[in-house]
Ligand binder design. Structure first.
Ligand code: 3HC
Length: 691
């Protein structure tokens, strides 16, 4: 049963009951239609209340139906019928109302909500637009400006914000459904509220504002079509009559539904959720975590402490250096203050979170913590020493995690007597903002230690992905190939601004050289020095980054790196000094620079990532291709509408990728060794989706 109904003193209560999120699948749509039929047939029904079972009102259309042949009744038809029903309908929004769920509420005469409810039309995030009247009804209800902003961003409004916008009529603290039934009883027999379709056009209709807003959306969307298409539909709400607006909305919806971008975004949606349920952890139970110890109060440690304390964990923060500890606490306090100023957090919540962070000056004080996250300098000797101390101090069952980005955690674990408790939790900087968390599975890690890290990640609001031990894990190992190709391309004939432009056009927020300038060229330099001892002499080495480092051009922080930065400007300008260094490096290595096309730049960078992704799958570092996609979308700015590097590879065809790898191998057969898995999949005519 996906929906149930009951009549209470003339009020028909319709409860959507389709776990997990009461999505509007075919059964629910048919159920609503049947309930609406009963209103016509039963004159004792005088009003209606619609609500959702559990903690969700409705998660919207059933995304699993996308791409399959539609089976009626369609949602727009159900909602038109609902809007024109003979009695008043009250939506009792008991939790989130997303997409079609909010469109359902907009088709009711009254909307009341629980204080914890939230509302959004998030369709653009799935590569589509609201397709059941949302783009026509919401602007008529809250004005075109609020509606355009909500619909093109897909962001959620809290119940309080929804009330202030006029999206809902009231917030009800207790017993929402009982209140709704009483409200409906009061409406029984009275003239019903005119539907939103009766409003001619949005009250604040403003073409000039829309034109300016459209320019902003196009630039913000970075090649993603759905926000721009959504605005086109919103415009119809003021340009044509309601019925015609619905037709336009439907046409645009259908066009988006057919797009590759929709496929990419839906893949990203399900991949993100599947990544967090690693099959090897099926049946493992997370250990209880209330108190977290963090070692190291630098940028990383402080960022992790902010994320933990803001999510309700108590934190003990340790640093060997008192000044560093003080500076870390200061950074945490300032971040919470800034969050309050930006209204991301209430002053009370910030105060409580800060009170949960206790500085400690002795490692022994970590003896009561449930999870310890080490975020100290990246040196194997230091880390081994720390974990040897922690194994004695930490209580039995405590999980001990290293935040290392590269080091071999198996080696750290082997130096202790409790390797089953030792894992990696690789946060990305700034750890309180970046969504990705790689949970690193060491050889002897117990499944429940790993499940604990995944559960903590979920509570922190992170997207957690399980990865195996290797240099760079999933993300940095593939990113190294990306960076390498970017530098090879520059030596071969492109300029940093060419490479950055092409990758931005592909959908990245920033190109690789902009990222390097932002992060600091010292990071790459230290990595290269770390790799010096083990680098294969056959590997091509580009010295340009080292030359820039030697000139103290460390990126934005020194006013110059791959680009030059004028005082107070964060967008870099191409610099002839850099071009001279590039030309000199090419000459030194006997490289005849040539014109490199945008397609070659894009393909070399992406194919090198895909080939390494295939190696990572073959090595068992990532369990599934979707894990790699999730890492790149959430940690490295890979455009979600491309679905991630492995999904993109499937979309363009693995034979195209393999052909490219073999073609590029003619000039560098070391960098372009085709992955055995890639070759096998092409032979078997399979895609990465089979992995
Ligand atoms: N259809 C089908 N399945 C859905 C779904 C939907 N709309 N929304 C969520 N699910 C599934 C998830 O895949 C997950 O399944 P799993 O347990 O098998 O992995 C399960 O529900 C729980 O989802 P979450 O882990 O995301 O649960 P949360 O409690 O964290 O979040 C939520 C709940 C806020 C509803 C979140 O799932 C969400 O944002 N869902 C997407 C909402 C959305 O985009 N709706 C618009 C759909 S398109 C539409 O309505 C078109 C219309 O205009 C015609």
């Amino acid at each position: 049963m996906v929906l149930h109904t009951k009549i209470d003193d003339g009020v028909l209560l319709i409860t959507l009951d389709n776990p997990p999120v009461n999505a509007l699948g075919q059964g629910v749509r048919a159920g609503i239609m049947k309930a609406l039929d009963s209103i016509d047939q039963d004159s004792s029904i005088l009003a209606v209340v619609i609500t959702g079972a559990g903690k969700t009102f409705c998660g919207g259309a059933d995304i699993k139906e996308f791409g399959k042949p539609p089976v009626g009744p369609s949602l727009p038809d159900v909602l038109l019928r609902l809007e024109n029903t003979r009695v008043s309908v009250v939506a009792a929004i008991n939790g989130v109302a997303m997409g079609g769920g909010l469109e359902l509420a907009l088709s009711c005469a009254h909307r009341i909500a629980d204080p914890r409810a939230a509302m959004a039309l998030p369709e653009v995030k799935l590569g589509i637009i609201p397709g059941a009247g949302g783009t026509q009804r919401l602007p008529r209800l809250v004005g075109v400006k609020h509606a355009a902003e909500m619909i093109t961003s897909g962001r959620k409004a809290s119940a309080e914000e929804a009330l202030s916008m006029g999206m809902i009529d009231e917030i009800i603290e207790n017993d929402l459904v009982a209140y709704a039934i009483n409200l409906a009883k009061g409406l029984a027999g009275k003239d019903r509220h005119p539907p939103l379709s009766a409003i001619e056009k949005p009250a604040d209709w403003d073409v000039q504002w829309l034109d300016a807003f459209e320019k902003k959306i196009i630039s913000k969307a970075r090649g993603q079509l759905s926000p721009v298409k959504a605005l086109e539909a919103v415009r119809a709400s003021g340009e044509v009559a309601f019925a015609e607006g619905l037709v336009r909305e439907r046409e645009i919806f259908a066009e988006c539904m057919k797009s590759d971008q929709r496929e990419g975004l839906i893949h990203a949606f399900f991949a993100e959720r599947a990544a967090q349920k690693a099959p090897v952890l099926d049946g493992a139970s997370p250990r209880e975590v209330k108190l977290i110890g963090i070692l190291g109060a630098g940028t990383m440690g402080a960022g992790i402490a902010i994320a933990c304390a803001a999510s309700g964990y108590s934190v003990k923060l340790f640093d060997t250096n008192d000044d560093a500890l003080r500076a870390g606490l200061d950074r945490i306090g300032k971040t919470f203050d800034a969050n309050v100023a930006k209204k991301r957090m209430s002053a009370d919540a910030a105060r409580d979170a800060m009170a949960r962070v206790s500085p400690i000056s002795s490692l022994d004080e970590l003896n009561d913590t449930d999870l310890i996250i080490e975020a100290v300098i990246e040196r194997m000797d230091v880390k081994k020493e720390i974990f040897q101390a922690l194994e004695k101090i930490a209580k039995p069952g405590a999980v001990l995690a290293s935040n290392t980005s590269y080091l071999n955690i198996d080696e750290i674990a082997a130096a202790t007597s409790r390797p089953q408790d030792i894992i990696g939790m690789h946060f990305f900087s700034p750890a309180n903002i970046m969504r990705l968390l790689e949970v690193i599975q060491t050889k002897k890690a117990s499944m429940d230690a790993l499940a604990t890290a995944m559960a903590v990640g979920k509570k922190l609001g992170k997207v957690s992905v399980l990865a195996g031990v290797c240099d760079g894990f999933i993300g940095n190992r593939i990113f190294k190939k990306y960076r390498q190709q970017a530098e090879y391309l520059v030596e071969d004939g492109a300029l940093p601004q060419d490479v950055d432009r092409v990758m931005r056009a592909f959908g990245f927020a920033m190109g690789p050289f902009q990222v390097s300038d932002l992060a600091g060229l010292d990071i790459g330099w230290h990595n290269r020095r770390r790799e010096d001892a083990t680098r294969d002499p056959k590997e091509r080495y580009v010295t340009i980054g080292d030359s820039l480092y030697d000139l103290k051009r460390l990126g934005q922080k020194t006013g110059a790196g791959w680009y030059r930065y004028e005082e107070g400007v964060r967008i870099g300008a191409p610099d002839p000094v850099v071009e001279d260094i590039i030309l000199a490096a090419a000459k030194e290595n006997d490289i005849t620079r040539r014109k490199i096309t945008d397609d070659e730049i894009r393909d070399r960078i992406l194919f090198s990532m895909i080939n390494e992704g295939a190696n990572i799958l073959e090595d068992g570092i990532a369990q599934r291709a979707l894990d790699i996609d999730t890492v790149f979308i959430n940690g490295y700015g890979f455009p979600a509408y491309r679905g991630g590097p492995m999904f993109y590879a499937d979309q363009i065809g693995l034979e195209v990728v393999l052909d490219g790898v073999r073609r590029f191998a003619q000039t560098d057969d070391y960098a372009w060794r085709p992955s055995a898995l890639l070759v096998k999949l092409v032979e078997d005519k399979k895609g990465f989706s089979s992995q």
